[in-house]
Design a protein around this ligand. Structure first.
Ligand SMILES: Cc1ncc(COP(=O)(O)O)c(C=O)c1O
Length: 411
């Protein structure tokens, strides 16, 4: 390990809390496309894309141009939301058009926020207010249904719905009005709904939960159940959105139009922005003062997100993920046959889970070995290695990943 790495890691240990546990072997400095490099100059293939936040690749030239152009021609990086600002308005129009093209034109009101978790919280607030104002649920009685094994972020309200003990156990008291059902269990959903149910919040594919893909038709039937019971279906597409699954949105697999769509990560092309999108009818329950955020919809993020949407549309990153995901899946399944360690491969688009047997090294250990081989990815849960490369990855780069994965799993 070089002295620069050692020095920075010593500083990190002194000044950063231990809420993450990065490898002590390298410190990243920069990146371009699907390549990241550390402070010693070693290169890695990024097979994580910042959990899908870097779908367009690092330092995408169009994103870089949009940043510089905005700074040079507009200058504004923040704006008090009490004043109208051009980029926020144009961003709302562009995202509404994008959702109209790829899901349904009824999704045409956009509330920009910052993080994915903030957008989930926003959707929870909208659902609760909608339940009181429109559905006439008695005050403070509204319930929201989530799935077991979910991941929607880390705030107190959200971890109140988590089934991972570490996420909530020592952070109580938790937020009431939350019910849990097993993922992909439609009967359980039906049984959990009562007259006070405001919403069902669900990931089209459970990402952090291990790339868990529901059976075909699950979301469509969940939507029917919600409609029959006057319950909002809220799709959390923070990770599944924008091409990751091989379709532009995870909801596209079932042709579902959610009542609320939660977006984040890739939306900003690497900058911080998230959004809740819904119909005028549902979003219209918000009144001045109900909700807000200083940086939510800031001019710089909005200008860059507009370019990010154009890239995703022009380059059809969804189609690329579909095609390259199929190719990668084939290669990984060949490796799985050769390897003693791999139990299962799950793939949806360019979202991959390599599930390893519990009798061998765990997923964390395999990720360390992959890091040493120049492949950056991250375990999710104890025995699942998750890969989600930038969607601009080339077949040549995927072949490099395949070669290294084979070395790690077959030697
Ligand atoms: C489905 C889903 N929702 C919400 C979040 C939270 O996003 P953020 O980390 O930006 O708060 C994540 C993060 O991984 C996610 O995967």
């Amino acid at each position: 390990m070089g002295t620069r790495t050692r020095g920075l890691i010593a500083l990190a240990k002194k000044h950063l809390p231990r809420n993450y546990a990065p490898s002590d072997k390298f410190v990243l400095r920069g990146g371009e496309g699907c390549t990241l490099f550390d402070v010693e100059g070693k290169e890695y293939l990024d097979m994580l894309a910042c959990y899908s936040a870097a779908n367009e690749g690092h330092c995408n030239p169009r994103i870089a141009d949009a940043i510089f152009k905005h700074l040079k021609t507009r200058g504004l990086t923040c704006n008090a939301n009490c004043f109208w600002e051009e980029q926020k308005i144009l961003f709302a129009r562009d995202l509404a058009n994008f959702c109209g093209k790829f899901i349904d034109p009824s999704l045409n009101v956009v509330l920009p926020m910052n993080s994915g978790a903030e957008a989930v919280e926003t959707a929870m607030k909208i659902a609760r207010k909608w339940a009181y104002v429109v559905k006439r649920v008695p005050l403070n009685e509204a319930e929201i249904i989530f799935c077991e094994n979910n991941f929607h972020g880390r705030t107190i309200a959200i971890v109140s719905a988590s089934t991972v003990p570490q996420y909530s156990e020592l952070f109580g008291p938790l937020v009431p009005g939350i019910k849990l059902v097993p993922f992909a269990d439609l009967n359980a959903l039906k049984e959990a709904i009562n007259p006070n149910t405001a919403a069902f919040i669900v990931e089209p594919v459970q990402g952090e939960g291990g790339i868990i893909i529901p059976p075909d038709g699950y979301l469509a039937e969940a939507k029917n159940i919600c409609d029959d019971n006057d319950v909002l279906l809220v799709a959390d597409e923070v990770q599944s959105g924008f091409g990751r699954t091989g379709k532009m949105f995870g909801c596209n697999y079932d042709g579902v139009t959610p009542d609320l769509l939660i977006l984040g990560k890739a939306l900003g092309g690497g900058l911080v922005i998230s959004a809740v999108v819904g119909s005028k009818e549902v979003m219209g329950i918000l009144e001045p003062g109900d909700h807000g955020s200083t940086f939510g919809g800031n001019p710089l993020s909005c200008a860059v997100a507009r370019e990010s949407l154009r890239i995703m549309r022009d380059e059809r990153l969804d189609k690329k993920a579909e095609y390259l995901g199929g190719y990668f899946e084939e290669k990984l399944k060949e490796i799985a046959v050769e390897s003693l360690y791999i139990k299962e491969i799950r793939v949806r688009g360019l979202w991959i889970a390599i599930e390893v047997w519990h009798s061998g090294p765990d997923a964390h250990e395999f990720c360390q070995r992959l890091h040493r081989a120049g492949i950056l990815c991250k375990e999710t849960r104890d025995y699942t290695i998750r890969m989600s490369p930038p969607l601009v990855i080339t077949r040549h780069e995927l072949d490099f990943a395949v070669e290294k994965i084979r070395e790690v799993f077959c030697s």
